[in-house]
Design a protein around this ligand. Sequence first.
Ligand code: F6P
Length: 199
Amino acid sequence: VPNLYVARHGTSVFNLENRVGGDSPLAQAGHQQAKRLAATFRDTPLSMVFTSTRRRTRQTAAYVLEAQQTAPPLYSMELFDEIDCGICEEMDYEEVKRRRPDVHRGRVEDKYNFVYPGGEGYRNMRARIERGVRKALYLSGGSRHILIIGHRAVNRLILSYFLYRRPADVPYLYIPQDRYFHISCAQNERRIRLRPLLS
Ligand code: F6P
């Protein structure tokens, strides 16, 4: 794919409450960001849009599809679902610290290798995300413009698929909700740029 765009869903209700996981809808600010994402891509004919199966990514995609001249097909894939926080699903970060100090400590000490009890970790999620990326690239054939709307941990792993990052750094990559990554490949040179949304 010459141009792969990787965006995060707009701010969700759980994002505002600092809660992990779950399936909350976009918050008001998230709807605004999704509209800006849609406006940013209005004149870029997307041939496919990929999301996870979560509401927040699908709601974000709905704005993007709506703004396109010809709505591209949408693929909502479990392969792009956010990290499964197991027993900590829907807790906020303070709660995790208080109720499961072992989890908090484990993540501070080695976030990349840590696995949420009953859930996933960055390291063991990697194969799933790689399968998702390969499937998306395969489905899109030689399309020129592809957009993936993912999640924080998911997008960290997608970026590290295209550009090597030390594993220990991956769980700390900055994945804002009001910008997107543009991954391009021309003359065998791969570039990743962090770009602003139209305001
Ligand atoms: O807070 C949003 C979120 O996508 C959670 O669902 C997820 O657990 C978290 O971000 C991943 O980021 P971190 O690994 O830094 O907690």
